[in-house]
Design a protein around this ligand. Structure first.
Ligand code: ADP
Ligand code: MG
Ligand code: ZN
Length: 488
């Protein structure tokens, strides 16, 4: 969409998110069926999760624990007495005719997450987190003649995290999602594989004139499952609504879909007031009561969270705040860092490898941190070898490429390929003399005061030695030899 840039208009966006996260538990919410992703259709279901008459659900204790973990990690209050409600609607992938959810009494309320955008921090309110079950999945045949239904997903445990309308731009939305994702990964609540749908986001968005205190009409864009799509959808929708208002029209309160291929949102259904789901407490499910002992047990099982870890990395490893933020932004990356850092002295160098060459490789080859082919032990060795002057920085980069392909011990690679720094003065002096003989013009230039040309000669020496000559020795000797030439 061309035209209006909302940042330059008198309008601002108001955004609240509803995030569905699939819990990393092995069994479903109310039965013992497996939750494995990608299984043969209808091989992970039973009378309970397909809503057969008379089947009785039993709540998954672990799912409740995970939801509470998510609540604690996002600064929520944990509600000691909560309830499960039936949310009624009909759809072929919902055989019970309702979804078990939590309506008035969710497990967690009143939390927040802190995000940082453009160097300024902001608190984003979390209204609540509740548990609910997922629906099945419809597979529409390409011919358009029929649809198939797979109940493997029905009854899979989810949490829904609802934020306050505190977000104001795509950058803030992005920062929030990444922060939430990191926290869910750290706590092990959700694997956050967005491409498998284990983290799905609904965007509620309205625009209003800057400085106004009331909200405008909002739209809800359903079911986005990549950070990129979320960012694009927010930008598109904010602009679309601002343009509507600019043209003197009003924004229709409606549910929309995002078409990622075309980069547009389009209306799905109109939303007048609250949907009438006829919520009522599920008579098959008893209230959830959490006593002190259970809550304390869950509290003590929480790991160090990203914000704390970031502070510790700055103090303990002396990383700059930006670097610490990058490394702790992924649990796996921070674990990798610590594994390597405890085996060498130069922690900054480990961090630089991770943020530089390793990140680049990961992006290029689209692989996960857990699949980095270089072990933390070997990276630490490479750092030590570079630091102790056995190889140069330049050579380290070459060794790294071999390590990436083979995960071999860098010391072995260096010996095998003869990559050690040359510290032998006489050997280096021979090369320098040769370079000076081969470049009489450059020597002449230096004699006439063009000192910069020395750099060129040093480059020639390094080239001849395959980058292995000790730079300190080269520097010292090249001056010695030039002096000698000039005084001949
Ligand atoms: P509903 O009950 O229709 O789902 P909620 O009040 O529960 O509506 O809000 C759902 C989400 O929409 C929340 O994330 C909330 O922050 C957000 N939201 C509510 N009103 C607005 C608005 N005017 N503009 C943007 N987001 C909004
Ligand atoms: Mg809602
Ligand atoms: Zn089942």
């Amino acid at each position: 969409m061309k035209g209006l840039n909302i940042r330059q208009t008198e309008y601002e966006a108001v955004i609240g998110l509803e995030v569905h996260a699939g819990l990393a538990v092995n069994t479903k919410m109310y039965c013992g069926c497996k939750t494995e992703f990608g299984a043969e259709p209808n091989t992970q279901c039973c009378p309970v999760c397909t809503g057969m008459p008379g089947a009785l659900p039993v709540l998954n204790r672990k799912a409740v624990e995970y939801a509470i973990k998510a609540g604690l990690a996002t600064n929520c209050s944990i509600i000691r007495y909560s309830r499960q409600d039936r949310k009624h609607y009909f759809y072929p992938d919902l055989p019970k005719g309702y979804q078990a959810s939590q309506h008035n009494l969710p497990l967690c309320t009143g939390g927040f997450l802190e995000i940082e955008v453009n160097m300024s921090a902001k608190k984003v309110g979390i209204r609540g987190i509740h548990i609910e079950e997922d629906a099945g999945k419809l597979i529409h045949d390409e011919s358009g003649k029929y649809s198939l239904v797979d109940y493997n997903r029905s009854g899979v445990p989810l949490i829904e995290i609802v934020t306050a309308p505190d977000l104001g731009s795509s950058e803030e939305v992005r920062a929030f999602i990444l922060k939430l994702k990191t926290i869910l990964e750290y706590t092990g609540v959700c694997d956050c594989k967005m491409q498998e749908g284990s983290l799905r986001v609904d965007i509620n968005l309205s625009v209003r004139r800057r400085g106004e205190s009331t909200f405008g009409n909002r739209t809800e864009i359903k079911n986005l499952n990549s950070v990129r799509a979320i960012v694009r959808a927010v930008e598109y929708e904010a602009k679309r609504q601002a343009e509507e208002l600019e043209k003197g029209r009003s924004v229709r309160q409606e549910t929309r879909r995002w078409d990622d291929a075309r980069g547009v949102s389009y209306p799905m259904r109109e939303k007048k007031g609250a949907d009438d789901y006829r919520f009522f407490p599920d008579p098959d499910l008893c209230p959830i009561v959490i006593d002190d002992a259970w809550l304390n047990e869950i509290k003590s099982s929480l790991p160090e969270l990203p914000d704390e870890k970031k502070k510790r990395f700055v103090l303990e490893y002396k990383l700059p705040a930006y670097d610490a933020d990058f490394i702790t932004g992924s649990k796996q990356l921070s674990d990798y860092f610590e594994e390597a850092a405890k085996r060498c002295r130069n922690h900054r160098a480990v961090c630089n490898w991770l943020m530089g060459d390793i990140s680049k490789k990961l992006n290029e080859s689209n692989i996960e941190v857990s699949d980095i082919p270089v072990s933390p032990e070997n990276l630490a060795k490479l750092v030590e070898l570079t630091d102790s002057g056995i190889i140069s920085w330049k050579i380290a980069k070459q060794v790294f490429v071999v390590m990436w392909d083979t995960n071999r011990d860098p010391a072995e690679i260096i010996e095998e390929k003869g990559l050690r720094v040359i510290n032998d003065t006489e050997e280096i002096r021979k090369v320098i003399i040769q370079v000076l003989e081969e470049n009489p013009k450059a020597v002449e230039d230096i004699r006439n005061g063009k000192e910069k040309t020395i750099g060129f000669l040093i480059g020639q020496v390094m080239r001849k030695t395959g980058g292995k000559a000790s730079p300190g020795i080269v520097n010292r000797l090249i001056f010695e030899e030039l002096e000698r030439l000039f005084h001949e």
